[in-house]
Design a protein around this ligand. Structure first.
Ligand code: ZN
Length: 71
């Protein structure tokens, strides 16, 4: 009897989420990033933008979770 037990430890942070992130959140994140490529938003500060950072994190997590095959 052999039990396959996969335990990956590569510094990957597992978020306790029962469901994957809704596409709407990802779409909005992409919109925010796209907006900041051209202009600023009311939340923008000299240090940076919390909204942009949050959006960037969402996109990063989404891409890591579901690799996009771009060809
Ligand atoms: Zn901003």
């Amino acid at each position: 009897m052999s039990r396959k037990h996969r335990n990956q430890r590569s510094g990957h942070v597992m978020l306790e989420q029962p469901r994957p992130e809704p596409p709407f959140t990802v779409i909005m994140a992409g919109f925010v990033v796209d907006l900041h490529n051209r202009a600023t938003c009311p939340r923008c500060q000299p240090d940076g933008c919390p909204k942009l950072r949050a959006a960037g994190l969402i996109l990063k997590v989404w891409r890591a979770r579901k690799p996009h095959e771009d060809r």
